[in-house]
Design a protein around this ligand. Sequence first.
Ligand code: MN
Length: 628
Amino acid sequence: MTRVMTAARHRWVFPDPIRLDPVFAAAAGEQGLGRFAAAVAARRGIADPQALAAFLGTAGGGLNDPHLLPDADALVARIVQAQTRAERVMVFGDFDADGLTGLAQLVLVFRRLGLDVVPYVPSRVDEGHGLSLGAVEAAAAGGVSLIVTVDTGSTSVAEVAAAGARGIDVIITDHHHLPEVLPAAVAVVNPHRADSAYPDAGLSGSGVAFTVGRLLLGDLADAEAEALALADLAAIGTVADVVPIMGENRAIARLGLAILRAAPRPGIAALLARASAGKGRIDLETISFGIAPRLNAASRVGEAMDAARLLLADTADEADTLAATLEAANATRRDLMKTAIAEARAALGLGGPVEPAFAESDRGDVPLVIAAGGPGAAASLVIGPWSPGIVGLIAGRLAEETGRPAVVGTLLGDTVRCSCRSDGRMDLADALGACSDLFLRHGGHAAAAGFELRRDQWEAFVERFLALATAWAPEDPRPPLHVDLALPAELVDYALYHDLQRLQPCGAGNPEPLVAVLGLTVARVRAAKGGHTQLVLRRGLEVIDGIAFGRADLAVDLAEGDRIDVVARLSSRVFGGVENLQLEVRDVAPCGTHPRAAAVLAHVADRAERRAAANLVPLEAAVEGGRA
Ligand SMILES: [Mn+2]
C-alpha cells in the first residue's frame, strides 16, 4: 500500500522579504537582538531605533499623560464636586470582561477618593450594551446623583437625557465608535473622539478606566503607585477585548502581568487557581483562556454582578465563594456550547460524532434547528434553541472549524437574534450593510457582527448572505497561517528562541512569532495522550523535539524518514535539568512543497555546494553571514 504523506492543513503565507535598515540593525544589535528577531519586529512596525527602545524598554515608560484624555478637566472637576458634596456615584460597567475590569478599577479609585460608590452591571440578555434605562431608574431610586460609565455609553444619547431629566449627571468613559451627536454628558472620555489629543487611541475600555484612575489618583501625593497597582485589571480587560498589544496596551499588559505573577488580588488568585494556572507561567494566554472566559461566563449564563463582586473581593474566602459561582456558570456555558455545537454541526451536515449531550437529551419540545450552507458551502447559517448569551461563541467555533463565515441565531418570539463571525477575510460589517433592508437592527466589525430580523425574513437573508459569501470566498479555502520567518532547519536554534522571547508578551496585534523550519527529517513519531503527536526531528546530525497539539492526524500520516517542512512556534523544554529547544508544530508539509520553502532550500543547497566544491566553511557560515 502506498502511503500519502500529509498535506498542509493551512495556507502558508510567507512574509515579504525585508532588507533591514543598517541604522535599525545596529540599534537592534546594541539591544542584543539578533537580525532574525529584528526582522520580525520591523515587519510589525517597530522600525526605528526609538520605537525599538520603547518596545524593549521598561513598561512604565510606555504610558501616556492622562491629562491628555478628552474632557479630562471636566471629569476631574465633576469628581471633585462629588467629593465636596459627598455624593453617591454609580459606576456602570459593560457586562464583558473589559467592562467588568474597568468597573472594578473605577470603584476602587472612587472609594479611595472617599466617594460612596454603587456598582451596576446590566444584564446581557435583557438590557444589552449601552447605558440602560433600568440603571437610570435604579440610580434615581438609590439616591445617585452621578453615573460614570465604563467601556460603554458613547451612543447612549437617550439614556443620558433620561438621566438628566432625573437630575443625574453622567460621565462617559469608553473606547467604542462615537455617533455624530454626542450624548449630553458632563464628560465624554473616549480617545476616539475627533478632537482627542490623546496619543494612543488603541486603549480598551478597561485601559481608558486605568488612565482615568491615573488621572484622578496621580495628582495625590504617593497615589501614583496605587493607580499603577490597578494594571492587573487593566491588562485583563485589554487582553479580553482583543485590542492590539502594542504601544500603550503593551505597557499595560507588561505592568499587569508583573502584578498577576507576583501578587494577584484575591479574586484573580481564586480564578487562577480554578484555571490551574501556576503563578510563574502566567502569560497573556492565561488571561485569554483562563481568566476572561470565567469572567464572561457570568453574564452569559448567570449574574454579571457576581464577576464584579469577585474582582472587588477583599478576602480569599469571599473570592473563593464567588469563583465557585463563576466556575459553575462556566461549566454550564461549556455544556450548553457542547450541545449547541453538536446540534449545529448535525444540522449543517458537518458530520462527526453527535455528542452524547445531544443524543441523550429530550428536546422534542423546542423549535427545530434550521440550517443552510452545508459542507463546502461559502458560509454556515443556523438557527437553534440556544441562549442568546452563547450564539456568538457558537458562530466563532463554526467559523474557526470551517474557515468560512458563520451566522448563528436564536428565536426570540417572532424575531431572530443572530451573531456572525468570520476570520476577517469577508468583511461582515460590509456584508450586513448590504442586507440592512432586511434587518430590525445590526452592527459590528469586520470579524464579528450581529443583527436582528423578523423570522419571515430569514430565508431572504440566507439567500443574499450566501451569494455575498460565495463572491467573497477565497480560491484556497484553507485558513491562512502567517509565517514570520522562513529558515533552513540548521539556523533554528535555542539562541533564536531566546531572541524571539524578547518580543513577549505576545497577543493580538503582536502574535507569537511562527517560524517555517525547512528541511527536517522525521526520526520518530508517536501519538501522545490528548490527541497530540510527539515528534523527534533530525536536521543534519542533531535532533529537535517537536510537539503538535491537537494534531493526532500527524501520528498516522507521518513516518520515520519523511522529509518535511514545519511551521512552528519555538518553545523550550527542560529535560534532565537542561533547557532544550522544542518546536510547537502547527502544520506540516512535505519538504519543499511551498514555492517559497523550495526557494529558500535551493538557495542554501546552492551555496553549500559551491562552498563544498571550494572546500570552504560549513553551511552555517555560508547562509547570508549567519546570525547577527
Ligand atoms: Mn471594550
